[in-house]
Design a protein around this ligand. Structure first.
Ligand SMILES: Cc1ncc(COP(=O)(O)O)c(C=O)c1O
Length: 374
């Protein structure tokens, strides 16, 4: 039985009908930008995150750029983040003209290692961007502690972690601001690009909202130069309907993860992901670690089990960042993860039979046995 890595089609007829009605009403009223639906979404998403305020924007990359701009971060400033993430985290820093400073990840959780931050701080450091990678929150208490001692802002990159919790608090309410992506494959995904910045500072969100709408104070009057980065109503319709399901979907992801993990605890060749005692993980991706990755990929491909490498090359070794003159060995935990990580099928609509099939194949895997008879 083939099991895809991912399937984002909607199988729930009730949800589909709700969204269809919302879309029809947007089309009939010709209301595509701004208005009540956007206002409802920003309120409900802020509440969901346990945060004061939210401004929806065009995508997760813009959310990061606008959060940095909202804090006045730009040329001459430094921002600390990890090299083991999607490139958007780093792009945002350089897009505002600031300089990247990488710190390595924790070997088990793949999120920023808080013990390494202090060494990377300089008088120019203005912000830290921890990434809640794969759906697991970064170690926010020690990160906030260093940040507060050095008067540095913390911007959560929560693009992969809608609904995840750290010590009982949702991501989005932990740092000075948090940035989300609603790219269709995310735990909360729209019908195209989308993003949001969430914060407990209403003043920050007001500034970002202005920047995201051409810096305008009122129509055709502009206090500052901004950009065009608005979430459209079509996306908000889909996201509002899906927001009601996300907790159930995240729970289903955790149940599937538990099944995989139970099998992998018996494996001599594949390690399941580690969940910190502080985390409520939402398994945007279920990534295993193995020194036999090529062999595992071939085995899974032979049996029709989807898999993917997120991410094969850490950012400090990417040609795009050659100007930072990093070399192999600079961030060993990121390099190790990039060589050993593999994502297995994970989405809420996986059937029990599909989960059984993945478990059965994982239990059969041995690096020497590349092909098994069915
Ligand atoms: C960790 C991380 N940060 C930022 C982004 C950027 O989001 P978007 O694709 O919506 O611009 C992504 C999206 O894939 C991501 O995974």
């Amino acid at each position: 039985m083939p099991v895809p890595l991912l399937d984002i089609s909607i199988h729930d007829d009730v949800l589909l009908t709700q969204i269809e009605q919302g879309l029809l009403s947007a089309v009939r009223s010709s209301n595509f930008i701004g208005g009540d639906t956007i206002e409802r979404f920003l309120r409900e998403f802020a509440d969901y995150c346990g945060a004061q305020s939210c401004i929806p924007v065009a995508n997760g990359t813009d959310a990061l750029v606008l959060a940095l701009r909202g804090f006045g971060i730009g040329p001459g400033d430094e921002v600390i983040t990890v090299p083991y993430t999607f490139i958007a985290t780093a792009e945002a820093v350089t897009l505002v003209g600031a300089t990247l400073r990488f710190v390595d990840i924790h070997p088990k959780y793949y999120t920023m290692d808080p013990t390494l931050i202090e060494k990377a701080l300089t008088p120019k450091t203005k912000a830290i961007i921890p990434v809640h990678l794969y759906g697991q929150p970064a170690q926010m208490d020690p990160i906030m502690d260093v940040a507060r001692r050095h008067n540095v802002r913390v911007i959560e990159d929560a693009a992969q972690a809608h609904g995840a919790e750290y010590n009982g608090r949702r991501v989005g309410s932990l740092g000075d601001a948090a940035c989300f992506s609603f790219y269709p494959t995310k735990n909360l995904g729209g019908f195209g690009d989308g993003g949001a910045v969430v914060s407990n500072s209403a003043e920050l969100i007001r500034r970002i909202a202005q920047l995201a709408n051409h810096g305008r104070a009122k129509q055709y009057f502009h206090d500052v130069e901004g950009t065009n980065s608005r979430l459209d109503v079509i996306q908000a319709v889909a996201l509002l309907a899906k927001l009601k399901r996300i907790d159930a979907w995240n729970q289903r992801r955790r149940d599937i993860a538990l099944r995989y993990t139970q099998v992998l605890r018996q494996s001599a060749f594949i390690s399941p992901p580690e969940v910190a005692s502080t985390s409520q993980h939402v398994f945007h991706l279920y990534c295993v670690e193995t020194p036999h990755r090529d062999s595992l990929i071939q085995f899974l491909n032979d049996h029709g089990i989807g898999n993917g490498v997120y991410y094969p090359l850490p950012l400090h070794l990417q040609p795009a960042y050659v100007r930072y003159r990093h070399k192999r060995g600079d961030f060993p935990m990121s390099e190790r993860a990039a060589e050993r990580i593999l994502a297995l099928p994970m989405y809420p609509d996986l059937t029990d039979e599909q989960v059984d099939e993945v478990c059965r194949r994982l239990a059969q895997f041995s690096p020497k046995v590349i092909k098994l008879r069915p």
